[in-house]
Design a protein around this ligand. Structure first.
Ligand SMILES: Cc1cc2nc3c(=O)[nH]c(=O)nc-3n(C[C@H](O)[C@H](O)[C@H](O)COP(=O)(O)OP(=O)(O)OC[C@H]3O[C@@H](n4cnc5c(N)ncnc54)[C@H](O)[C@@H]3O)c2cc1C
Length: 420
């Protein structure tokens, strides 16, 4: 192709019904669900297409010692997300579950405890007569698998394509992009993460809550099986969560006081692993190996509105939550579900219709507010001097454990299990 012809291609404009910016955990399944309804969808991401060797693999697919070591080192590098039962059911309904299920580790039980006090709340899939309370997936594998599905649909995918700006036409929005033709859409969906360019283009402001906590994220290997039990342990410096992964691996989110951050970053792996073991105790046996770890501040960043002219914000572009209780992605998928359903109604001739978008945002507010309240309570309520007194918290956990209906309501809220 001559340089002139090439220029002609990149200055062309692609017309679609809906443009989804960001092909991450939220953008990919959203684009697939909209495409399945018959909308013409463009999916745009600044990063390279997620293809190639999966970070995740099942232990049984490796036989040689070298391969086993590869598996261990890959397994120890994973970033994970717990999908609740509601999200899993949504993926089933979209015909996407079978594509991601191979890597998903079922959560059979959840054990919530409070360091230094008696009382633990146990939720169990058996008690609720369901197969699993949720599933833990490796983020990279999940995105790769959904992208592979997307590659076989009519979704127009643009990777290595950064959106730089948005302009408004009388009946559409136009994206200025780097590395591809401009894209014109009736509806623009921001799934472009915390630093959303799309959100900035709307002028929607954000508000920030600093939890004055940081989190150490990583993977460990155990000496003995975890039996599919997820643990959330409340400690004076914040919650410590351990999520089961295939084999002997567990993903952890270890909340710390920010003033400990420098010391923790300087610690040797052996010293940090020992610290983690001491904080958690020995109910899972000995922690034998630690993967790469990194530390991130814990903030809540919320957009002050979910919609603007022909634009909807979803996922991290809308709201970053504290990771306690694993609610952020699950809430985002409930937003996705509500939007996709609204767009499937007869009214949705113009997907960017203002009334439709306003009704969507109003419908979602109650659930969003209650999840923000719940994560705030879990993040702040079990820590520090300002928190609920220890014996009451312990009582709350014991009470919750003793009273089955309350526990079931807690499961319904956090696990997205609706038919209890
Ligand atoms: C430590 C931690 C643990 C968590 N655990 C859980 C959990 O167990 N359960 C749960 O429900 N939630 C959890 N969450 C929340 C979950 O991670 C988020 O809900 C999820 O990552 C949101 O995905 P997203 O697609 O909105 O954003 P991202 O995953 O950030 O994707 C944004 C995408 O947009 C692209 N992009 C950015 N800018 C541009 C641009 N200008 N042009 C084009 N593309 C662009 C990026 O390349 C990226 O692919 C956790 C969060 C944290 C921090």
């Amino acid at each position: 192709m001559s340089k002139k012809q090439h220029q002609a291609v990149v200055t062309d404009t692609v017309d679609v019904d809906i443009a989804v910016v960001g092909a991450g955990l939220v953008g990919l399944p959203l684009a697939l669900a909209l495409n399945a309804q018959g909308w013409v969808v463009a999916l745009i991401d600044a990063a390279a297409e997620p293809v190639g060797a999966c970070e995740s693999a099942s232990a049984s697919s490796f036989v040689s010692d070298t391969a086993l070591n590869d598996f261990e080192s890959q397994a120890l590098k994973q970033r994970c997300t717990a999908l609740n039962s509601g999200t899993q059911q949504w993926l089933v309904a979209q015909g996407l579950w079978q594509s991601v299920a191979g890597d998903a580790c079922p959560i059979k039980k959840v054990n919530v405890s409070h360091k230094g006090y008696f009382g633990a709340t146990r939720l169990s899939a058996d008690e609720l007569s369901i197969e699993a309370l949720g599933y833990v997936v490796n983020n990279a594998a999940y995105v790769q698998q959904l992208n592979a599905v997307c590659a076989n649909t009519t979704v127009k995918r643009f990777y290595n394509t950064r959106v730089n700006g948005v302009s408004h036409l009388s009946d559409a929005v136009q994206l200025s992009v780097e590395g591809a033709p401009n894209i014109r859409a009736k509806l623009l969906i921001a799934a472009d993460g915390i630093t959303s360019v799309v959100r900035d283009s709307t002028g929607i402001a954000t508000s920030l809550v600093d939890y004055e906590q940081a989190a150490v994220l990583g993977m460990i290997k155990l000496d003995s099986p975890h039996e599919g039990v997820a643990h959330e342990r409340f400690t004076p410096s914040g919650p410590l969560a351990l999520l089961p992964r295939p084999g002997l691996f567990m993903n952890f989110v270890d909340c710390i006081d920010p003033h400990e951050q420098t010391d923790i970053e300087a610690m040797s792996d052996a010293a940090y692993l020992q610290r983690l073991q001491t904080r958690f105790g020995y109910r899972l046996g000995r922690f034998s190996q630690l993967g790469p770890r990194f530390v991130t501040p814990l903030l809540r960043i919320e957009s002050n509105a979910q919609t603007a002219t022909r634009t909807v914000l979803l996922g991290n572009a809308m709201r970053l939550l504290h990771p306690v209780g694993g609610q952020g992605y699950n809430l985002a998928i409930r937003d996705v579900d509500a939007l996709v359903k609204r767009l499937s109604t007869e009214l949705a001739k113009d997907p960017g219709d203002e009334e439709l978008l306003t009704a969507f945002a109003a419908q979602r507010q109650r659930d969003q507010k209650s999840i923000v309240r719940l994560t705030d309570l879990l993040a702040k309520g079990f820590r520090g001097r300002a928190s609920i007194p220890g014996h009451l918290r312990s009582g709350a956990l014991l009470g919750l454990d003793a009273i089955a209906p309350l526990r079931k309501r807690f499961a319904a809220k956090t696990m997205g299990i609706t038919d209890l």
